[in-house]
Design a protein around this ligand. Structure first.
Ligand code: AHR
Length: 496
């Protein structure tokens, strides 16, 4: 009676952990992400802040338990000279942000500002180094400045600028999109450049060494991953990146709120493509690294639409609807299920840019449907993966179809089992039967994120239109669960 939608929890004893770093975020010097987003300046007396960083933003992100934050880009990273952003703020040079709107950047938010902010957020920084327009020495110096405890030219400079202890930053990107804005390099050329830069980024801290991440493939560029895996030795590369955005058509991306049914389908199809991408890039990695020593790091993902009317096209400011909640729920399920190889990911971008979790407007701040999905899914962070078998109805549009249901499951350190289920079908509610296998649960609770209208979103006037609610449409009998999941909904169940 439960149609074709079945989920079976299989092995509850795997040794695969869903790395919390899959739930990472990304903050670039782009539009209103840093300035007017995170950072309003030390002199601001109308918005509550700590060293210029908005307190409401810090509180909201701490509720998500964001595990890491990537900075300063993106494309900006390969134009960024970190020495411009240290020392007295009055003395810092102004530069032009050539990728994003051609605006003047006064460098008032630099290395100290970012790394201290990460301490406030209780999150791990992920610094993206400049390979495109920087020098080897410059990046080597940055690592020394940030991570060296002893006496050296760079650590002395850090102390002069007010910071005694090193920050011991583990995650370092060696350039960004080297195939594009990072220098339009070939995979072969970048592999050599990577080896050189990575060699001089020294392991100053004694906490297990730097986690160097190679700039990865653009979506389905499998040659890129293959070349990096073939040409870069494991000891120099802990992670290889991948970027993929859910986009309808790069030349006609469509509105973030006023989208047609066809545009919705195309967005879902592009988001679902992540499953194939992760599997195919992983298969290449398996070939060169069968012991899985190198991680797949999806350090840019999310929905990308036209900017909101009357906003700067270079600022990438877009609204965020239940469509984005669908992208987030589905994509995080994909990452969880591939947690053996995918160890880290970064949603693009945290505030006011692309698929943001937070939007700000002067003093006001709201959270988006994507925020709520991240908050509901945080239970999977560092939990043990429970692999599933899934049979789903299809969601069809014209001649094309993709699965309507996606899901993932995990067991946390207290033994609680969490199952996240997403129904992307915009019209049809689904019945799903869930076989819990060997799990004997006594108590079931759940939360749901859904709306009557798929295009619903939160606004500054109505910030709570999209909000998670208690979910009660599940029946538990023995080790079998039957759930009703409305159209375009995300559910997270907890079994004790
Ligand atoms: O996230 C916006 C941009 O998208 C990043 O700067 C770049 O890496 C990617 O092309």
């Amino acid at each position: 009676s439960y149609g074709q939608n079945n989920i079976k929890l299989t092995d509850t004893q795997t040794d695969i952990t869903i790395n919390k770093h899959i739930y990472g975020h990304f903050a670039e010097h782009l539009g209103r992400c840093i300035y007017d987003g995170f950072y309003v300046g030390e002199a601001n007396d109308s918005i509550a802040h700590t060293a210029g960083v908005r307190n409401d933003v810090v509180d909201a992100l701490k509720k998500l338990q964001i595990p890491n934050l990537r900075w300063p880009g993106g494309c900006f990273a390969d134009t960024y000279h970190w020495k411009d952003g240290i020392g007295s703020k009055e003395g810092r040079p102004s530069i032009v942000n050539s990728w994003w709107g051609g605006v003047t950047e006064d460098n008032s938010f630099g290395t100290h500002d970012f790394l201290n902010m990460c301490e406030l957020l209780e999150t791990e920084p992920y610094l993206a180094g400049n390979v495109g327009s920087g020098e080897v020495q410059e990046l080597a110096d940055w690592v020394q400045y940030v991570n060296f405890a002893g006496k050296s030219p760079m650590s002395d400079l850090r102390r002069e600028n007010g910071r005694e202890e090193p920050w011991n930053v583990k995650f370092w990107g060696v350039g960004n999109e080297a195939w594009g804005c990072g220098g339009n390099m070939t995979a072969e050329y970048y592999s050599d450049i990577y080896r050189k830069y990575a060699t001089f980024m020294a392991d100053w801290d004694n906490s297990g060494g730097l986690y160097r991440i190679a700039s990865g493939a653009n979506s389905a560029d499998y040659h890129w991953t293959e070349t990096l895996m073939k040409n870069i030795p494991n000891h120099l590369m802990k992670g290889v990146a991948l970027h993929h955005y859910a986009v309808i058509n790069w030349n006609k991306k469509g509105s973030s709120t006023k989208f047609s049914d066809e545009e919705y389908f195309k967005t879902m199809k592009s988001a679902w493509f992540m499953n194939e991408l992760v599997e195919k890039h992983s298969a290449i990695m398996d070939k060169y690294d069968p012991q899985a020593k190198v991680d797949l790091v999806v350090d840019e993902w999310g929905g990308w639409y036209e900017v909101e009317p009357e906003t700067n096209p270079g600022f990438l400011y877009q609204q965020n609807t239940m469509r984005d909640a669908m992208i987030a729920g589905m994509t995080l399920n994909i990452f969880n299920n591939h947690a053996k190889r995918v160890k880290m990911a970064n949603l693009a971008q945290t505030i006011n840019v692309l698929q943001a979790v937070i939007l700000t407007n002067g003093k006001d701040m709201i959270v988006t449907p994507t925020y709520h999905v991240m908050e509901m899914y945080k239970v999977h962070q560092d939990a043990q993966l429970i692999p599933i078998e899934l049979h789903s109805d299809t969601y069809k549009y014209g001649e094309e179809e993709i699965p309507a249901i996606s899901a993932s499951a995990s067991k946390d350190k207290q033994g609680r089992v969490h199952i996240s289920v997403v129904n992307i079908d915009p019209k049809a509610k689904k019945k799903v039967s869930l076989d819990l296998g060997g799990i004997k649960a006594k108590h079931l609770t759940g939360r749901i994120l859904t709306t009557n209208n798929l295009r619903e979103h939160n606004t500054f006037e109505q910030p709570n239109t999209v909000l998670p609610k208690e979910y009660k449409d599940a029946k538990l009998k023995d080790n079998q669960l039957e759930i009703d999941i409305p159209a375009h909904s995300v559910i997270v169940l907890e079994l004790i």
